[in-house]
Ligand binder design. Structure first.
Ligand code: SF4
Length: 494
């Protein structure tokens, strides 16, 4: 049963990145060479060039259909494809051998590993599956690392799947052992330094490292939440801002300052999501389009707009969407199933907010979400909210209530906190920036009790390293100050 290893190098942007003095792709070639003879290794990608000495298929465009067409071409004369990404230096040959054995034994169409961090295991695809996948390519899904699984999911009962379960489910860590981003590359470098030298990577050793040395997981910020305006049209029951901020204020962040923050984020983090809704309503910024352009000009950045839905002009929304495409995500916070409850929870504006949510869902169905904050006051109507909006979009967010470390009354209806506390995910992945550029410890730090610096005036790396000191305190189970009363440490932004 001949197998072929197909290595996707995507746009090849990661190729100059090295680990322990060797290009990351050479690690993948070592792995592939331990699975199949050299003649059975091939590369695909979207860039102009491949890897000398190996066949290379260039995908015409970044679509699922082009990926499947390339895989069909490369599968000629083979029974199975072992599909991996070229920026994954810790692919485990032993784990792959186990997966191949089960794939053959159970005559599977598709075999994948579940519960492992990204970058340790391949996907295995029987060549006979590809015509069926080609038929599922209409209307996407997008071309990314999940494309094969997303296609299979479209008609999951039509395929025989084999799953290799991780001994411990570590997806929860959101650790990506891939060199395609600066963040992932840094984690790979730390992992390479800590593993035994001169031995092929073993997933068990990597899992153990990630579990036992969580300090390696704090790499670079993934989410930067920025306050761009002072004013807000509402005084929501669940929001602390009316109690400590200035909802009637008119100050806003200068576009030049926002551009500087975006530049620092892009330079330091590589990719990151920039949120513009830390406090205040982003639609109130009179030059919102200029801010969006600062993000659009940096291809590795994305923009998140969490909004009441009030105050937007159609042309601003459409211009920003045209600039950013799928890199712009909208979240409209409604909280209520109907106008009366909306008025009680949020204030005036139901009709405008509902209409804006419907417009965004209709025009940007892949990137617009409707959100409700779950709390005692709307618990009884949350199901009707969910059912009503589910008919219009699958993109619904039910967010947990945040009592801001005791600043607000406790309105939560259920306790979602883990049995064992772990270091704060926001300290690990986020930065928050207020209107004047100052960076508090986190979004919960309403009174700026701990300032990490000023992102307009200071070096971003210095600010990030200062936050690392607090993360290390958490590693020692030291949750002093507001952290002691916080139940947001286990939530994610991105
Ligand atoms: S534990 Fe809570 S208060 Fe402390 S840094 Fe994390 S989010 Fe902020």
């Amino acid at each position: 049963m001949p197998n072929r290893v197909v290595i996707n190098i995507m746009d090849g942007g990661f190729l100059p990145r090295s680990l322990a003095g060797r290009p990351a792709v050479e690690w993948v070639l070592d792995y592939a060479g331990s699975i199949v003879p050299k003649k059975d290794i091939a590369f695909i990608g979207s860039s102009g060039g491949g890897i000398p000495g190996f066949p290379y298929t260039r995908m015409e465009s970044a679509t699922a259909a082009c990926l499947i067409a390339a895989l069909r071409e490369l599968s000629q004369g083979y029974d199975n494809l072992v599909y991996v990404f070229g920026d994954s230096p810790f692919l485990d040959a032993g784990l792959t051998a186990r997966m191949l054995e089960n794939h053959a034994k159970y005559y599977a169409h598709y075999t994948f590993a579940d519960g492992y961090p990204e970058g340790l295991a391949p996907e295995i695809l029987a060549a006979r599956t590809l015509p069926a996948l080609a038929a599922l390519c209409q209307d996407g899904p997008p071309l990314d690392r999940e494309t094969l699984f997303a296609l299979i999911q479209k008609d999951i009962n039509a395929f025989d799947l084999e799953t290799e379960l991780s001994p411990r489910d570590l997806r929860i860590l959101r650790a990506s052992l891939t060199c395609g981003t600066k963040r992932g590359h840094l984690l790979c470098e730390r992992t390479a330094e800590s593993l035994p030298q001169g031995q092929p990577p073993a997933s068990e050793a990597v899992l153990s490292l990630l579990e036992k040395t969580p300090e390696v997981l704090r790499t670079l910020p993934a989410f930067i939440g920025v306050q761009i305006t002072e004013g807000c049209p509402q005084s929501c029951l669940s929001c602390p801002y009316p109690l400590f901020g200035n909802v009637g204020g008119s100050r806003r962040m200068a576009p030049g300052d926002f551009d500087l923050i975006a530049r620092k984020a892009a330079d330091f983090c590589g990719d990151a999501v920039i949120g513009v809704s830390l406090w205040g309503e982003p639609s109130f910024h009179p030059e919102f389009t200029r801010l969006a352009k600062s993000v659009a000009d940096r291809p590795a950045l994305s923009l998140l707009v969490e909004t009441s839905g009030i105050g937007w002009k159609d042309e601003v929304v459409r211009e920003c969407a045209a600039m950013l495409g799928p890199r712009l995500t909208w979240v409209v916070s409604l909280d209520a199933a109907g106008p009366q409850q909306y008025a009680m929870l949020r204030g005036a504006g139901w009709e405008e907010a509902r209409a804006r949510a419907e417009m965004l869902i209709a025009e940007f169905p892949g990137t617009a979400y409707v959100q409700a904050l779950r709390m005692a006051e709307n618990e009884e109507t949350l199901e009707s909210f969910y059912r009503a909006w589910k008919e219009k979009t699958p993109r619904l967010i039910i967010q947990k209530y945040d009592w801001f470390c005791g600043f607000l009354p406790q309105r939560k209806v259920t306790d979602l906190s883990p049995l064992d506390r772990f270091p704060c995910r926001h300290l690990r992945r986020d930065l928050c920036v207020l209107l004047d550029g100052s960076v508090p410890l986190c979004r919960e730090d309403l009174h700026k009790s701990t300032l990490l610096g000023n992102l307009i005036a200071d070096d971003i790396q210095t600010i990030w390293e200062k936050g690392g000191g607090f993360y290390r305190q958490h590693l020692c189970a030291n949750h002093t100050g507001i952290c002691g009363n916080c139940d947001e440490y286990y939530t994610w932004n991105f």
